[in-house]
Design a protein around this ligand. Structure first.
Ligand code: SF4
Length: 363
């Protein structure tokens, strides 16, 4: 039985080194080889003693998810469909921009939270991703993009300069594995990203938001999507358990430790559902005590969704109302349309392969 070293953060690797009779400081060397050099063959880890390399070759492996497909859109957005075994697929998206490269990472196969506008939510929940499967997405992206001569490097020669946990799944419902993967993203011997450049997006699991604040306070995005409980109950069912008042109180608590002095509220724009001027005014009242920014997301339709994207005009008016009230508001650009790269769309392609279960555990 071999051990997959991609499952370990610095402490886990140090413990592993001790277990196999090596000095724990070897963990730092291993981290650099695995995450910064993308090496999978222990023979190539030239600053490790030959005896240790031979021992590792017997006891350990470095195994990421397998790439099923790799699409590049006309606008440079790149999307990998990755196999995580047993016919299950997850998606990872890289979005290059002039001054940064953002990787959107998945945390679960499917999702139990069943937001009614979400393609992943419609699949049901299958399982949590392991640490190796979460950090493996960043590992694959770095390795693939660095090897691509057409890619220009962003600041500090990092191909991926920002990570958003906004792919398939609710990250805070897979808390321990996600936090260990976050530790690796922040570790200077691995990816060395600052806490400001790593964002966890949650639909509002209040107790887990508090735990994240204490354990690893990276930037936080909250999927709000509605300005009142009756509408949010319909769109984001977890709202029935943690209604907006509790959610906003958790946001306030989070801000005491957050690396940014605002929360990003995500708001999907659904035609005739949550996109009126009245809704915008309700939102303004709702968040008046919460330092925040809004990110309006034009809805990406998928078969059977039952929703339509708001018109460009409705989105513009909604944005203007928020901005006139002093709320910084951006509209998410629709990227990679030609490769179904918008959020959750690839999920449809793997849905048949994804076994459903009745639901996952939600804290
Ligand atoms: S929007 Fe996020 S939390 Fe809601 S069902 Fe989709 S993946 Fe899950």
């Amino acid at each position: 039985m071999t051990t997959n070293l991609l499952n370990y953060d610095a402490k886990g690797l140090a413990d592993f080194c001790t277990e196999i009779g090596e000095k724990p400081f070897r963990a730092k060397q291993l981290l650099r080889w695995i995450h910064q050099s993308g090496i999978t063959d222990f023979v190539d880890m030239s600053d490790l003693a030959k005896g240790l390399r031979e021992k590792l070759a017997v006891l350990a492996v470095i195994e990421s998810p397998q790439i099923i497909s790799d699409y590049v859109a006309a606008d440079g957005t790149r999307k990998w469909l990755l196999s995580v075994g047993a016919g299950n697929g997850i998606e990872t998206v890289f979005i290059p921009e002039a001054n940064r490269g953002t990787l959107c990472v998945s945390s679960q196969v499917g999702c139990a939270l069943a937001c009614t506008f979400c393609s992943t939510g419609k699949q049901g929940f299958n399982r949590n991703l392991t640490v190796a499967e979460i950090i493996g997405q960043l590992w694959i992206a770095n390795k693939t993009l660095k090897a691509d001569p057409n890619d220009t490097l962003t600041d500090n020669d990092r191909v991926v300069s920002n990570v958003v946990m906004m792919g398939m799944g609710e990250p805070l419902a897979n808390f321990d594995n996600v936090v260990m993967a976050l530790d690796l993203m922040l570790d200077d011997h691995a990816y060395g990203l600052s806490r400001r450049r790593v964002t966890v997006s949650t639909s509002g699991l209040v107790p887990a938001m508090d735990r994240l604040r204490e354990r690893c306070p990276v930037a936080l995005a909250v999927s709000l999507h509605a300005p009142n409980d009756s509408l949010r109950d319909q769109l984001v069912p977890i709202n029935k358990k943690y209604p907006i008042k509790e959610l906003l109180a958790a946001c306030q608590r989070y801000l005491t430790a957050a690396p940014r002095d605002f929360i990003t509220f995500e708001y999907v724009m659904l035609d005739g559902v949550n996109d009126s001027v009245g809704h915008a005014h309700e939102l303004i009242n709702l968040v008046q005590d919460t330092p925040c920014k809004f990110n309006l997301i034009p809805f990406n339709s998928f078969p059977g969704s039952g929703f339509k994207r708001s018109s460009a005009e409705a989105v513009r008016i909604f944005r203007d109302v928020l901005m006139q009230a002093g709320l910084v508001t951006t509209v998410r650009k629709t990227r990679g349309d030609d490769i179904a790269a918008a959020c959750g769309q690839l999920a449809g392609q793997v849905r048949d392969k994804t076994r459903r279960t009745a639901g996952g555990k939600v804290e």
